[in-house]
Design a protein around this ligand. Structure first.
Ligand SMILES: Cc1cc2nc3c(=O)[nH]c(=O)nc-3n(C[C@H](O)[C@H](O)[C@H](O)COP(=O)(O)O)c2cc1C
Length: 237
């Protein structure tokens, strides 16, 4: 085992999360064992039905930005998809094809319930009936952890499906992902219509990185002020 890997295991495994920066603690502290541990650590999600506008307002106030690379304001995307015509779809992007990157894989295997909470909050915010959580085809660990988490939440499992996408860097780009999930090739188009206008099967689609969604779940629970306690005024963490 390399020194870097040994240090990482020591921080996450042996010493708990005490040495890990606060934003990472927020996302990775899961509580012991599955659903029960998740609720013990984070408490239940607030009541969501009928709160679409209120959720979008608190996300705007929180200043949450996307964690998939571009840092786009999440509230603007929620508003654009919510304004679309036809039943919206939420896609959780957990493909993480960037070489040597593992932040999303760690999150999905350690705290899948927080990501699923974020998916539910996003669905309510954009009035979606359906969501897909996309992981790379070779990422068995994330897939297994998500499957186990969904088995524990049977009610929501009906509306959330898992999808496996080709192990290619470009497959994680949102238009490529949307094509693949609509039965096409996982190739980007980089041109309009963008997924928020016409995405999965032609429906308005919110594509959001899984870390963004985990943060969304925390914002829904603790509010905008809590979220803004860490990070910069213009870019809270
Ligand atoms: C070549 C390429 C690869 C990308 N790969 C990923 C990826 O693996 N995961 C991801 O979340 N976003 C990826 N993105 C960004 C997505 O297109 C999209 O902006 C993102 O999923 C939106 O989520 P966010 O707003 O929560 O960041 C990639 C973009 C490009 C151009």
């Amino acid at each position: 085992m390399s020194t870097a890997a040994a240090v990482e295991l020591e921080v996450v495994g042996t010493r708990g999360l005490a040495l890990v920066p606060a934003p990472v603690q927020r996302l990775l502290s899961a509580g012991p064992g599955g659903w029960a541990g998740h609720v013990e650590r984070h408490g239940p999600l607030p009541h969501l039905p009928g709160r679409s506008e209120a959720i979008r307002a608190v996300v705007a106030e929180s200043g949450l930005t996307g964690r998939g690379g571009a840092g786009f304001p999440t509230a603007a995307k929620l508003a654009a998809v919510a304004a679309g015509r036809g039943g919206a779809v939420v896609v959780a992007n957990g493909t993480e094809g960037e070489p040597a990157s593992a932040k999303d894989k760690v999150l999905l295997s350690r705290n899948p319930h927080l990501v699923l909470d974020g998916v539910l909050v996003a669905m309510e915010a954009v009035n979606a009936e359906e969501a897909l959580v996309a992981v790379a085809r070779d990422d068995d660990r994330s897939h297994t952890c998500l499957e186990a988490a969904l088995r524990e939440r049977r009610r929501e499992a009906r509306r959330i499906r898992l999808a496996r996408v080709p192990d290619r860097f470009v497959a994680g780009e949102e238009s490529a992902l949307v094509h693949w999930l609509s039965g096409g090739e996982a190739k980007p188009t980089f041109k309009p219509p963008r997924p928020f206008e016409r995405g999965v099967n032609g429906r308005p689609t919110l594509v959001q990185n899984v870390e963004t969604l985990a943060n969304l779940a925390l914002v829904a629970r603790h509010g905008a002020g809590w979220f803004r306690e860490i990070g910069l005024e213009e870019e809270p963490t």
